[in-house]
Design a binder for this molecule. Structure first.
Ligand SMILES: [Zn+2]
Length: 207
């Protein structure tokens, strides 16, 4: 009898631990979802009509995003784009990828090993080809983006093979607009102006 009581207590403590862990798990999930949304994305999305889309998009952009078309390899805008910045959905501007996870796949299409945020893309089985592929689309407006394969680099091992036509690249501007972060001496007026540590010289501005 004593033994069975001990067992019961053990079971209870595991259950309690599981319950205690649950709120943390939920909030982590909520954070992950929240972090992928800008203020404009948080507003409910109103689906565009075909007429609106045809007006907004080029023929190729419409074909790719609305009819699951594929643009030609190497003859698209971003396959070799090495600039720093973000890739947004061409239809609804949801942020899909960043240059941080873009890599050279050699396929002729822009390739990434991970999306900007897992909540911003969604997946569907695609049986149109002679083998099953996993289709990737924008989770907000449903625009077709491309496919994901399991032959990507570390750390994910995934290759998000995207169509340039489904995305709009926004280049990350060099910090021109941002105020200096307190490291630059303020025109010789600052108290540390002549006492800066040796070796931390500001590079001379060219041109
Ligand atoms: Zn979208």
């Amino acid at each position: 009898m004593k033994k069975s009581r001990q067992m019961t207590m053990l079971t209870c403590s595991i259950t309690a631990a599981a319950i205690l862990a649950a709120p943390g798990a939920w909030s982590a999930l909520a954070q992950d979802k929240a972090s992928g949304k800008t203020a404009e994305e948080a507003a409910p999305y109103k689906k565009k009509t075909e007429r609106e889309l045809r007006r907004q998009l080029t023929t190729m952009q419409f074909e790719v995003t609305q009819n699951e078309g594929t643009e030609p390899a190497f003859k698209n805008r971003y396959w070799n784009n090495k600039k720093q910045g973000v890739y947004k959905c061409i239809v609804c501007e949801r942020q899909l990828f960043t240059s941080n996870t873009k890599y050279k796949s050699g396929t002729g299409w822009p390739s990434f090993y991970a999306p900007y945020n897992s909540a911003n893309v969604a997946y569907r089985e695609d049986n149109k080809f002679f083998y099953t592929r996993v289709e990737v689309h924008c989770s907000q407006c449903g625009a077709h983006l491309g496919h994901v394969f399991n032959d990507g680099p570390k750390p994910s091992g995934k290759r998000y093979c995207m169509n340039s036509a489904a995305m709009k690249f926004i280049e990350k501007r060099p910090t021109a607009k941002q105020p200096a972060q307190g490291k630059q001496p303020a025109q010789g007026k600052g108290p540390e102006g002549d006492k800066g540590p040796a070796g931390v010289k500001q590079p001379a501005k060219e041109n």
